[in-house]
Ligand binder design. Structure first.
Ligand code: NAD
Length: 501
């Protein structure tokens, strides 16, 4: 029997309203290709109902005590911890990633819940006393109201948790529109938050596509929008939500480079490249998709990467022996494959060709093997586009400076890494490279929860990174209160039309 995933509005599961609504989308198990679930697609009506529930809830949640909010968050954290496996299973069933990877995703989301549990410290204001005679100045931060989050398929639990725990901890209420490709984890998170004592309507989940997103972008009661997804949609969200007067942060796609200097430990670099390029089948915004080999190390590095890549076991995510699962859809698999089949004609050397791969007993799954392209020209499609699959491009340059110029020439600036034993070169790289997150001998430098995550250039539109201090700033607005309490012994100050000096 096909499972049905409905919206979560006002603390309960809500079906599409009858009439104009009533559309559903298919959710597929990527390992089998079978449609397992129908997900309700919201019309304007359901989005409006979710925003109305959030607005009602804000009337009390927005002024609830910090003690109450952090108590609920601590309970949510405990429930999340107890349900790690269950959430990871939901992720694997709809996304396809292997269970250990899905558990890692839950752990990284939990990190932001940890941060939100400490909201009492984050929201402490600032006070300057006696800035003038008997005058004190306080800076405080207050919630915005109803905020919306729109999230991608590749981290169906972690990316929503980059947003709603902190937004809600700051006193906002939230409407989440998760990816329609793997919607179940988001609903389970909302159920657990409700079980932790979150009042009805503080967190709502509506499913759907552009119709639901566009309504959130134009709804007058939505004060801010957090988006994570591909660059073209991030740009659209940023433009549209800004034009509608909303605060917006829109994180987009990536092409993450790893610069390997001639003095690097090539075994460590090859291990890191394989883990970071092929983990989660390359469907990570922080995946390494381009290795830039400096000097004469290219042949040796490519050999070491190939040897390791050939050993990766591909299979269903719920098989503990699998290291890499399938891609999200058959259409996406075919698109990824097209970059590999077209690579040689555009000047790359195809070292490993993962196209046409299948897993016995799961022939309808969205499989593709690992691909490795060498000497990839910078004007080829495989280099220019974000492929978002298990395809690693290797580029060769003669010098460090050439490598930095190549990376800085990319329109994307999400993450980047340098592998070297030379501290001076690594230090220069940190300062010279145009990307928001830099790893030194760390291939996927995703910041911990208390530092913010975000890219530069076409990888982020807006001026706030996500979570960390930027998160609390994004989900609150500042207010400065200047107070004069005359000493009881003093008389009135008297009239003075001059500007205070
Ligand atoms: P996507 O842009 O297709 O979809 C993201 C969200 O936008 C989904 O909820 C989707 O329903 C909605 N959407 C899609 N098309 C829309 C449209 N035309 N109008 C309005 N809304 C629309 O992204 P995806 O394929 O789900 O996720 C993969 C992408 O996300 C990759 O590009 C990846 O790099 C990026 N990503 C970036 C980060 C980051 O932190 N920068 C993190 C994770 C994923």
């Amino acid at each position: 029997m096909t499972k049905i995933v409905n919206h979560w509005i006002g603390g309960r599961h809500v079906e599409n309203a009858a009439g104009a609504s009533g559309t559903y989308g298919p959710v597929t198990d990527p390992a089998t290709g079978a449609v397992t679930t129908k997900v309700a697609f919201a019309s304007v009506e359901e989005v409006d109902a979710a925003v109305a529930a959030a607005k009602d809830a804000y009337a009390t949640w927005g002024t609830s005590s910090l003690a109450k909010r952090s108590t609920v968050l601590f309970k949510f954290r405990a429930l999340l911890d107890a349900h790690r496996d269950e959430i990871a299973e939901l992720i694997t069933a709809e996304h396809g990633k292997v269970h250990s990877d899905a558990l890692g995703e839950v752990a990284r989301g939990l990190e932001i819940v940890d941060l939100a549990c400490g909201i009492t410290v984050q929201l402490k204001g600032e006070l300057s006393t006696e800035v003038a005679s008997r005058v004190d100045v306080a800076s405080i931060r207050q919630p915005l109201g109803v905020v919306a989050g729109i999230t991608p398929f590749n981290f169906p639990a972690m990316v929503p948790m980059w947003m709603f725990p902190l937004a809600v901890a700051c006193g906002n209420t939230f409407v989440l529109k998760p990816s329609e490709k793997d919607p179940s984890a988001a609903v389970r998170l909302a159920e657990l938050f409700a079980e932790a004592g979150l009042p009805d309507g503080v967190l709502n989940v509506v499913h759907g596509d552009k119709v639901a997103v566009d309504r959130l972008l134009e709804h007058p009661d939505v004060k801010a929008v957090s988006f994570v997804g591909s660059t073209p949609i991030a740009r659209y969200i940023h433009t549209t939500a800004s034009a509608n007067g909303k605060r917006v942060q829109a994180l987009g796609g990536a092409k993450n480079h790893m610069l390997v200097l001639p003095d690097a430990d090539l075994d460590a670099a090859a291990d890191a490249a394989v883990s970071a390029a092929y983990g989660s089948a390359g469907e990570r915004c922080m995946a390494i998709s381009a290795v830039v080999a400096v000097g004469a190390i290219g042949d040796e590095l490519v050999d070491k990467i190939r040897e390791r890549a050939e050993k990766i076991k591909i299979g269903p995510g719920n098989d503990p022996s699998s290291e890499m699962g399938p891609l999200i859809t058959a259409a996406h698999r075919d698109k990824v494959a097209s970059y590999v089949t077209g690579a040689a004609a555009q000047g790359s050397e195809v070292v490993l060709d993962g196209t046409g791969y299948t897993v016995e007993g799961h022939e309808n799954g969205h499989w593709i093997g690992l691909s490795l392209l060498d000497k990839v020209p910078t004007d080829s499609d495989a280099y220019r586009d974000e492929i978002f699959g298990p395809v690693l491009c290797v580029l060769r340059v003669d010098t460090y400076d050439e490598g930095v110029a190549l990376i800085n020439n990319s329109p994307f600036g999400n993450g980047t890494a340098i592998f070297t034993r030379d501290g001076g070169a690594a230090r220069r790289f940190q300062l010279e490279i145009e990307a928001g997150m830099v790893g030194v001998n760390v291939p996927i430098p995703v910041p911990v929860g208390y530092h913010s995550f975000g890219g530069w250039k076409d990888s982020l539109f807006g001026d706030h990174h996500i979570y960390g201090n930027d998160g609390t700033h994004f989900y609150t607005r500042g207010k400065v209160v200047t107070t004069r309490w005359p000493d009881p012994s003093e008389g009135p100050a008297g009239v003075d039309l001059g500007f205070p000096r």
